[in-house]
Design a protein around this ligand. Structure first.
Ligand code: NPW
Ligand code: ADP
Ligand code: K
Length: 505
């Protein structure tokens, strides 16, 4: 599903009008028809509150549609001065059709009392400043009425900034928001969840393929993930699904390595090898399918030559969870990223997480070695270390900062958290799955294991990160229906079933 904001809405609008030659009034009509599909047939008494822009125009068109179905419809017109063209056209039609239109704010309380459903089209993507005066008063009244009326917002709850989700002074609290064409970036702002209600994205007669060259940002949906699937050939063998090398875990943190390895194995990688301390015997017990490459941490140099063969033999290397920031960890990390091509002549892909990111932050010249082949998976604090931006600055400007960083270093960036963002600097995915019940240690390690496994199975880096984040969160979303806390071990045991559900349903 396309992800957009205020500017992108105008861009799509202009393209549809000027290139596809769809008259704007037709787009408005399509919007109204798709909106009305979601209204409960049993509802009878509607109050539609309209502003003077195209969001108000949608409101008048929706009023006509409901009126033509025989519904009892009243309109509150906030202003009929300086209306947009299409708003004016629909306003005039409503008047000509004899729909009752009210203008005085003193009449509003009675109108609320008489209706069962409020539909508001005050502001959409055109809101451009703080809401004051009569607009503020009307929104306050809608929110008071909403205690016992169903409130539908057209496109965006009036008062929410479509780009940032900021509340511009005051906002309507909707029960249902029916938005057009794109999932608005502002909806990802977790602070406004209660204002959005249920979100539905509707079509206005534009096929996604005819407009998707205009924007490269997506809100991940099950259909998208399914479309990424690479089918397994009947005659394929384990060599076709990737040789994955993992450097994760160290004394006191062996669990991290075990979780990465088990997630990788369960996601379907062909062969998984873990570089681990020669004294760590837990791997074989926890993940018998994985192999180990034992390291003598007391004398790193004795391992580095043999390690070179292991690197040359691998398709993808995941580095970071639980390795610490010791000199030994650094030497192995440096060695692992020093060879770009494997024995087959293919580029060795890298997934860098946790301590690998911290080591990178402190040794920035290493960025040269990871260009064009890496996914970095920081959480907010790790990303703050990598960029020098504060966590507040990142939160306020996630899209721009992640894209600029990915472009600058030519890597795929996956910024973890609510609505994880994945970007290569041009294309961007915002994840739609995941919840706070999965916020506990080991979760990120599990994600690293899933992603490196997908890269091994020849999914490209963006898609591996996208499928991985979606799958990881989706499993947690399913599990919280029957349990309160979701740990990495719970995710691991459900990976395979969830992949089947996503790819085959
Ligand atoms: N392709 C699509 O997706 C389609 C989009 N469509 C619909 O169009 C909507 C966008 O319409 P839009 O551009 O006319 O802007 P809209 O939200 O009505 O607001 C602008 C009006 O509000 C005013 N105003 C702004 N801020 C204000 C404030 N703080 N306080 C007071 N006034 C303020 C502003 O006045 P101005 O500042 O210009 O004087 C202007 O009059 C979109 O959300 C969707 O519903 C559909 O028709 C189908 C096709
Ligand atoms: N509130 C939340 N909503 C959605 N996903 C979340 C939430 N909290 C945590 N997660 C997910 O859980 C994982 C936590 O990763 P991370 O912080 O690296 O954990 P750890 O380092 O302990 O393994 C990330 O994939 C993140 O997106
Ligand atoms: K609105």
């Amino acid at each position: 599903m396309l992800l957009g904001g205020n500017k992108t809405t105008r861009k799509i609008d202009n393209f549809a009008i000027n290139n596809l030659k769809i008259p704007s009034i037709v787009l408005m009509e399509n919007a109204a028809i798709s909106f009305v599909k979601h209204i409960d047939e049993n509802e009878d008494n509607f109050l539609i509150i309209c502003g003077k822009g195209n969001n108000g125009g949608d409101g008048y068109a929706i009023a006509r549609q409901l009126f033509s179905k025989g519904k009892n419809v009243k309109i509150f017109c906030i202003s009929n001065e300086n209306m947009s063209n299409d708003c004016m056209i629909n306003y005039e039609i409503c008047k000509n059709m004899g729909i009752e239109i009210f203008y005085k704010i003193e009449e509003l309380d009675k109108l609320f009392f008489e209706c069962n459903v409020v539909i508001e089209g005050i502001f959409g993507t055109g809101l451009n400043s703080e809401i004051k005066g009569i607009y503020q008063e009307i929104i306050q009244k809608i929110n008071t009425a909403s205690n016992n009326k169903k409130v539908y917002s057209i496109d965006i709850p009036s008062g929410i900034n479509g780009d940032t989700g900021e509340i511009m002074g005051i906002s309507v609290k909707a029960d249902i928001t029916i938005s057009f064409v794109t999932y608005k970036k502002g909806f990802l702002n977790s602070k406004i969840k209660d204002f959005l209600g249920k979100i539905i994205i509707e079509n206005i007669g534009l096929n996604e393929t005819s407009i998707n060259h205009l924007l490269k940002e997506y809100y991940l949906t099950p259909d998208m993930i399914k479309s990424f699937r690479i089918k397994r050939n009947e005659d394929s063998h384990k060599g076709d699904f990737g040789k994955v090398l993992i450097f994760a875990g160290s004394s006191g943190f062996y669990g991290a390595g075990n979780i990465v390895a088990k997630s990788c194995v369960r996601t379907g990688a062909g062969l998984t090898t873990v570089i681990t301390d020669k004294n760590n015997f837990s791997l074989n017990v926890f993940v018998p399918e994985a192999m180990s490459f034992p390291i003598n941490f007391d004398n790193i140099n004795e391992n580095l030559e043999k390690l070179e063969n292991e690197i040359l033999n691998s398709d993808v290397i995941a580095i970071g969870p639980g390795i610490g920031k010791s000199e030994q960890a650094f030497l192995i990390f440096e060695k692992l990223i020093s060879i770009k091509k494997n024995n087959k002549g293919n580029t060795i892909k890298l997934i860098l997480d946790a301590d690998a990111l911290n080591l990178l932050s402190e040794n920035r010249k290493l960025f040269e070695k990871i260009r064009n082949r890496s996914i970095l998976t920081p959480h907010l604090v790790e990303f703050s270390r990598l960029t020098g931006f504060s966590t507040d600055e990142i939160n306020k400007n996630r899209f721009e900062i992640t894209k600029n960083f990915a472009k600058k270093y030519e890597i795929i960036l996956l910024l973890k958290g609510k609505n994880t963002i994945i970007t290569n600097g041009e294309e961007l995915f915002a994840n739609s799955t995941g919840n706070s019940h999965m916020a506990n240690g080991g979760m990120g390690d599990c994600l690293t294991g899933i992603i490196c496994s997908l890269v091994g199975q020849k999914y490209d880096l963006m898609k591996s990160a996208g499928i991985g984040a979606y799958l990881h969160g989706k499993i947690a979303d399913e599990l919280v229906k029957k349990q309160y806390i979701v740990n990495a071990s719970h995710i691991i045991e459900n990976i395979s079933e969830c992949i089947l559900n996503i790819f085959q349903n």
